[in-house]
Design a protein around this ligand. Structure first.
Ligand code: PLP
Length: 219
């Protein structure tokens, strides 16, 4: 099947309230343009340099989402254009995003990444760390970032029960924080679900899925 066919097939099964991020990391601009020409406007990348090269070459009505782990010293390269940063997991990183957003005279939307997987290697905050950030004095002064939701990645496993448990856990955290009313933290996005588990993620409350290989093929 073509990229266009894959994309339209996935879109046809997504509920209206669920946003599709087409994860295009490692894929050439020609592949992204195929998705673009089929109507896709939101792309997810996991390396700032690669995303910036693609941003330079591609139409300017695309929304670029950074979904990977972020090195503080590279935030400046995406600050002029990035539309949503999914993987924020420290106050230090938020402070740098805020600083670069201010330089560009904009407010950058961010998701805080919550650690839900079993693996040690996956990044993210636990609930205690999340609470520490949200209640800290310095967070309140970050006027050029806005926390608009949470993001999580389930364990890489075939065990559906395990994945389900992790999604449920993230949904609980999301629901408890959704009622917060802090100027720079108003949650409306729950980013969870990839090619292998997005249907399950949607069942458990996902509002944004990040799908790569099911659209563009294996990497
Ligand atoms: C690569 C990646 C995806 C997409 O994975 P697929 O299995 O190809 O759909 C989603 N989220 C993150 C954070 C990724 O790095």
């Amino acid at each position: 099947m073509s990229i266009k066919d894959n994309l339209l097939k996935i879109k046809s099964v997504l509920p209206e309230h669920v946003t599709l991020v087409a994860v295009s990391k490692t894929k050439p601009v020609s592949d992204l343009m195929e998705a673009y020409n089929a109507g896709q406007r939101i792309f997810g990348e996991n390396k700032i340099q690669e995303m910036t090269e693609k941003w330079e070459q591609m139409p300017k009505d695309i929304q670029w989402h950074m979904i990977g782990h972020i090195q503080t010293n590279k935030v400046k390269f995406m600050a002029p254009y990035v539309s949503l940063i999914h993987g924020v997991d420290s106050l230090k990183l938020l402070e740098e995003i805020n600083k670069q957003a201010l330089k560009n005279d904009r407010i950058i939307d961010c998701l805080l990444q919550i650690h839900i997987a079993e693996e040690e290697t996956k990044f993210g905050l636990n609930e205690l760390e999340l609470n520490e950030i949200l209640s800290s004095e310095s967070f309140k002064n970050l006027n050029n970032i806005k926390i608009v939701g949470l993001m999580g990645m389930a364990t890489f496993t075939n065990n559906k029960n395990q994945i389900q448990k992790e999604f449920e856990q993230l949904k609980v955290v999301y629901d408890t924080k959704k009622s917060l009313s802090i100027v720079n933290c108003q949650l409306s996005i729950l980013s969870m679900g990839m090619s292998g588990d997005y249907q399950l993620a949607i069942e458990f409350g996902s509002t944004m899925v990040r799908i790569g290989s099911s659209i563009f093929g294996g990497r």
